[in-house]
Design a protein around this ligand. Sequence first.
Ligand code: PMP
Length: 389
Amino acid sequence: MSLLDKFIGAKQLKSGLENAGKDPTNVVFDSINSATEGVVDGRVTILAGTNNYLGLTFNPDCVAAGVSALKSDGTGTTGSRMANGSYATHGALEAELADFFQCDQAMVFSTGYAANLGVLSALLGKGDAVLLDSDAHASLYDGCRMSEADVFRFKHNDMQSLEKRLTRLGDRASRCLIVIEGMYSVLGDCAPLAEVVALKERFGAHLLVDEAHSLGVFGPRGCGVAEEQGVLDKVDFIVGTFSKSLGAMGGFCASQHDVLGLFRYVSRPFMFTASPSPSVIATTREALRQLRTRPELKETLWSNARQLYTGLQDLGFELGPQLSPVIAVRCQDRESALFNWNQLLQAGVYVNMMLPPATPGGACFLRCSIGAAHTAEQISTIIEKFAEL
Ligand code: PMP
């Protein structure tokens, strides 16, 4: 067996996807017309799988902020903050995030993925324990693996399973980090955060919540599921991304613990990668400002989510367990998922194809994500095209 033989499986996967039609992992948009519309193979296509929850990617003020920063601060930072220094706007965004989450500190990373690697690898070491929800995102798994801590999974959103694991840890529970998401990315279901907080307090553990998909979506002020369930101040580390509701790129961690400031000296995914470009920081800051000052965005998002969820439910599709802007349609098997995904794309509707092993329970889903910028007509069209499947 040669070094390169291990790619035989990937090659088979690629040709299997291509034989079924278009390769869902390699869709190319000829152009993007707006937050909700693109062009694929010359066909105008509704974007119903882009996590653009607040629909801010083409917002004129966000675009203007980015253009202005490009002109004043240039195209890139060309290095890490440790080596090249920080721009004033990196610190300004961190202060704004700390204020938003009512935390002492916040820290910006170059992607949401890097934020999870950076926080988990800094926080956890040999001898520590992690209790990880089994449906957690790959970046959380990877961060745990990078840390050398002992990783134990508990059943998704199952408090008995979490309690059992905490009990088994005994004295080590105080050296344990519970790692969960606010709203889960594939099915759009939420963690029972108030119950998780009660358990973590009982056992003296710590808690990290990834609010990547919940920022701007849940909570009276849009902070996420922890705020929605009234336990924002009980979460030790909140992580998230700028790549969804904020329509940019980058990640963050906010915390009451002053050790967060020390991560800058020990977190390799922070120290050894280029810091976010000034234009990215500028659009993120403007999007965060809009998230905080325009509650109507969240209201429109939820009314759009309700229209799609009930429309697909009325057609008899099996959906995720709760109404949310992530609406996953369960498919019978891999073949029907591939076939239906291609049918939708040809009909001008782009959704995400979700196949095992990236899915809960090894099931196949057509995952839609809806945003505040979708129109009622676009959502009716999406429902119509699903009806034709
Ligand atoms: N956490 C979760 C739950 C995610 O779904 C994602 C991306 N889909 C990330 C982290 C990584 O974020 P980014 O794409 O901004 O790196």
